[in-house]
Design a protein. Structure first.
Length: 631
């Protein structure tokens, strides 16, 4: 019920906005379409009455149409009120209260009436929009309308999805649920392939198509007019929605449209670069670039052994831009600028803007110590999409001790609030240790309370200064993954374990939706790290130098490195990882396998040539307690 109500509210906003933005683009007043508007709205009312003869709905269509639209605040208040009543009814059912049946029936009717009223409002706006479009086409011509709608379609997409997202989050639904909620009344054939990183999303049913088809047949609206909303505004809405819920860049096209083909078919390619010379199976979807080793904290687990001094030979601004150019030549990934502390680089905003202009999705990994309102605004203005802030305890003193500098916790919290004030998507990163093992639920609660949506739980990998810390045991590691997933129903967070590829096996066994993840370990397959001096490694915790962008292009290293090729072939895995039935979706932690099969790692700045391996990155993950079922 809640999903259906939210969906129809979003559709009302979408249809109202279509008409308003079209009129604004043309700078004209709305044409008079009242006669046909009430004629076709009455036809809809009659059909609805016939379909609901057995349901006692107290609906007054004319009053609904004449009423002003609900504001976002009013929608949220309506949802919160209904959700409060729903929780009360659930409590009565759990307590086996004999009056629960009466309360549940009344609550169902209240939800149903709200959904139905919103559906009537949606149809009224749908009819009004089509009649307005038809009238304007006679005045300006189809080509002029198409040109103007093309010009403002990005604005339309952003506005309509931002309204839906605002309500979705404030009524307690997760961002990743927005897509399914907004498409809940469509019949969808959704097919994405990890092998080709592309797929189709087909809408085989459209709630506005029937009305458009009926009206068009009655008054002779041609297909070229009827398809304008599909071509420009529906496409823009879908594009903005996917941009909101997907962590990767993508290219979206619309081979078929409902108005002309009877179904909508959207084709999507992840990480697509128009300059790519060939179609490769493995392309970077995420790249982490350590801009500098310089840092303002002294974290006891730092994988890069950050210090107050920058690394000798760090890529300068122009070299960093050339790196971005080379990455963009083969894919359009999420590029995460990290450190050390990336905001200690004076050119960080320039690089964010440059990457955005090149079509990359730009992210930032920070400790938050340098992010205030001014910095957050500058990041937003430069084009940043997401920022990760490290938060390792709900207790300020413990976080500060872990990070090595007093006041770090307060600055991290302040940074999160400043970023949220500037409408930047925030992710909290928590590194799991023996010290905070029992605090994860409290940290998740704190994260949610300060408006964060994404929570990543990082499992310690023995590299950098982290090699000197005592890790949790393998059994604790497994239990924590299970426990974290089990707690997700309590929180409105998108939760993902990192450096713990076994979460894919655990999630599958727990019956969780696997479509939100690609693979447990994506190092070398869809992900790599760039060290401050331009060295390429499979991930930040696997310090194998595979090449340097001062000597070879990023693409040459990505496609030709023997280590990358080995990581992309699950048949190269050894031990129980090689025999495991989950090896294609998990892969084990290659960094942990390498680190714990050697004793070399003093700090991650000590990069090693693959020809001088001191450990085995293809051996079994020693922190996995699962025993494969295959012989």
């Amino acid at each position: 019920m809640s999903g259906s109500l939210l969906y129809h509210m979003a559709m009302v906003s979408k249809m109202e906005t279509e008409t308003r933005i079209l009129l604004e683009a043309l700078n004209v007043e709305a044409p008079d379409v009242d006669a046909n508007l009430w004629r076709f709205y009455s036809d809809f009312n009659q059909d609805a009455a016939q379909l609901t003869t057995e349901i006692n709905l107290n609906i007054k269509p004319r009053k609904i149409a004449a009423a002003p639209s609900l504001t976002s605040k009013e929608k949220i208040e309506l949802f919160n009120n209904l959700n409060k009543k729903t929780r009360g009814a659930i409590g009565m059912l759990n307590a086996k209260n004999p009056d629960a049946s009466v309360v549940v029936e009344a609550l169902f009717n209240e939800w149903a009436n709200q959904v139905t009223e919103t559906r009537f409002r949606q149809e009224y706006q749908t009819i009004k929009g089509l009649l307005t479009l038809s009238s304007l086409s006679k005045i300006f011509g189809v080509q002029r309308l198409s040109d103007e709608m093309q010009r403002v379609q990005e604005k339309f997409g952003r506005e309509t999805v931002s309204i839906a997202l605002d309500v979705t989050l404030k009524v307690g639904m997760r961002r990743e649920k927005l897509q399914s909620v907004m498409l809940s009344d469509h019949y969808i054939n959704y097919n994405m392939s990890i092998d080709t990183l592309d797929g189709h999303m087909q809408f085989l049913n459209c709630p506005i198509y029937g009305g458009h088809n009926y009206i068009g047949g009655k008054i002779g609206i041609t297909d070229d007019v009827a398809s304008l909303f599909c071509k420009h505004f529906c496409f823009a809405h879908a594009n903005a929605m996917l941009e909101t819920v997907l962590p990767f860049t993508f290219e979206l096209t619309q081979p078929k449209r409902m108005a002309t083909d009877g179904k909508c078919d959207f084709y999507m390619r992840l990480g697509y670069s128009p300059t790519a010379t060939s179609h490769e199976k493995f392309i970077p979807l995420v790249v982490s670039y350590n801009l500098t080793r310089k840092c303002n904290l002294k974290c006891s687990h730092c994988y890069i052994n950050a210090s107050q001094k920058e690394l000798d030979g760090e890529l300068n601004t122009e070299e960093s831009k050339r790196l971005i150019d080379q990455i963009a030549d083969i894919s359009r990934p999420l590029l995460i600028l990290s450190g050390g502390e990336p905001l200690l680089r004076k050119d960080v905003y320039e690089l964010v803007r440059y990457g955005t202009e090149k079509g990359l999705r730009m992210g930032l990994g920070s400790n938050g110590g340098l992010i205030d309102q001014k910095a957050a605004w500058s990041l937003k203005e430069a084009g940043i999409k997401t920022v990760s802030i490290s938060l390792d305890s709900n207790l300020p003193k413990q976080h500060d001790e872990f990070r090595g500098v007093a006041g770090s916790w307060n600055k991290a919290i302040g940074a999160i609030k400043a970023l949220r004030d500037n409408e930047i998507l925030v992710q909290v990163n928590t590194t799991l240790t023996q010290q905070n093992y029992d605090q994860i639920d409290d940290i998740m609660t704190l994260t949610e309370e300060i408006g964060v949506e994404n929570f990543h739980l990082f499992f310690l990998v023995p590299t950098g200064r982290g090699a000197k810390m005592a890790d949790i045991s393998p059994a604790m590691y497994e239990d924590m993954i299970k426990g974290t997933f089990a707690k997700t129903h309590k929180h409105h967070l998108n939760v993902r374990p990192s450096c713990a590829p076994q979460f894919m096996r655990i999630a599958k066994d727990m019956g969780l939706d696997m479509r939100q993840w690609i693979r447990g370990c994506i190092a070398g397959m869809y992900y790599c790290r760039v060290y401050p001096n331009g060295d390429i490694t499979p991930c930040p915790y696997l310090p194998l130098k595979l090449g340097n962008v001062r000597e070879k292009t990023f693409g040459e290293i990505w496609f030709n490195s023997p280590v990358f090729k080995a990581l992309r072939n699950p048949d190269t895995l050894k031990g129980k990882c090689g025999a495991c039935e989950y090896k294609t979706v998990c892969g084990g932690c290659r960094a942990r396998a390498y680190g714990l099969s050697s004793d070399f790692i003093d700090y991650c700045g000590d990069l090693h040539e693959p020809a001088e391996l001191k450990g085995d990155y293809l051996t079994e993950d020693p922190w996995c307690i699962y025993q494969p079922k295959k012989p």
